[in-house]
Design a protein around this ligand. Structure first.
Ligand code: C5P
Length: 307
């Protein structure tokens, strides 16, 4: 096989509970990841030297050198395969997941590159082995490999698949006219918490929302919508105040729930069904509160080779 293509989904966090900063600068999380049908496609082929070409949504903002997360993942995979012939590769990333939007597009591309090179080099690593390598590149890489709906702990790389019925949820994503830096949003959250009383700060220890998990087990979108939560949301809104208007508009237009995606600035709305999602998407784009909208559904599987 000389070319391998892998499709990889964006992620949402249905809950994102953030603990205090750790000594290594990261934050312990308890999060409920959910993979949705907005995909990047990553293709690898043997080449004279490693390189990357990025096309599509926001391509000019993705590094095309060794800082590229897909290339970094490939370098890490090579280091884990010292006895195997792992020649240079050219990576082509067709982006549909917006860049720096809170949807883990960079981690998704890294995950896809791992799956693609594992296949190209016939390395036969398990998903767990690829996750271990991926976690050194980005906190969300392990989930992009797994997909579905899963509880994440630690930096988000320790995953447990959520047991839930095969309900498909219908989401509307409102893409913002701008970006947010993930480290900047975490730092803003730390500052917001610093300014509060010690009592409130002590309560910031992250904990899984049992009511959300129960709602997911019931498959009732209305209940799930009421339990969406994101500790990073106040920080994202403080850095990008226009998001407040977008969130309010979606709720007024009938969304079952609304929240900022990860570190933002994408806003996420849950709809009762596909028809409602279409109505909501049309109304939101007409309301002029975002750059563009997309309808997606989830859960979907993680990174997989396209046959
Ligand atoms: O792991 P990743 O490179 O995706 O993380 C980007 C940044 O987000 C980190 O450098 C850190 O500032 C912040 N982060 C964090 N705690 C996490 C995940 C990310 O503070 N659990």
């Amino acid at each position: 096989m000389t070319t391998v293509s892998v499709r990889v989904p964006a992620k949402l966090n249905l809950q994102l509970a953030v603990g205090p900063p750790r000594a290594d600068g990261y934050h312990d999380l308890v999060t409920v990841f959910h993979a949705v049908s907005l995909f990047d496609q990553v293709t690898v082929e043997p080449a004279g030297r490693d390189g990357v070409t990025v096309t599509g949504e926001g391509a000019d903002r993705v590094p095309a050198d060794q800082d590229n997360l897909a290339l970094r993942a490939i370098t890490a995979l090579r280091a884990a395969l010292p006895d195997r012939e792992t020649g240079a590769v050219h990576v082509t990333i067709a982006k549909r997941i917006p860049v720096a939007a809170g949807l883990a597009g960079g981690s998704a591309d890294a995950a896809a590159a791992l799956v693609a090179c594992d296949e190209l080099w016939a390395a036969g690593l398990t998903q767990q082995q690829l996750s271990g390598i991926g976690a050194t590149v980005g906190s969300d890489v392990a989930f992009a490999l797994l997909g579905g709906t899963a509880v994440g702990r630690g930096r988000g790389e320790q995953l447990t698949p959520a047991l839930a019925p095969a309900t498909q949820y219908h989401w509307v994503l409102a893409f913002a006219d701008g970006q947010l830096s993930t480290p900047a949003v975490y730092a803003a959250l730390d500052r917001l918490r610093e300014s509060r009383s010690a009592e409130v700060r002590a309560a910031a220890e992250p904990d899984l929302d049992a009511a959300l998990m129960s709602a997911l087990r019931s498959g009732d979108a209305g209940r799930v919508g009421q339990r969406l939560s994101n500790d990073l949301q106040p920080a994202a809104v403080s850095l990008f105040p226009a998001l407040r208007k977008t969130l309010t508009a979606g709720l007024e237009l009938g969304a079952l729930g609304a929240l900022v995606a990860g570190s933002g600035p994408t806003c996420v709305f849950l709809a009762a069904n596909a028809e409602r999602a279409l109505e909501l998407a049309v109304s939101l784009s007409g309301a002029g509160v975002c750059r563009s909208v997309a309808r997606v559904s989830g859960p979907v599987p993680g990174a997989a080779v396209v046959s």
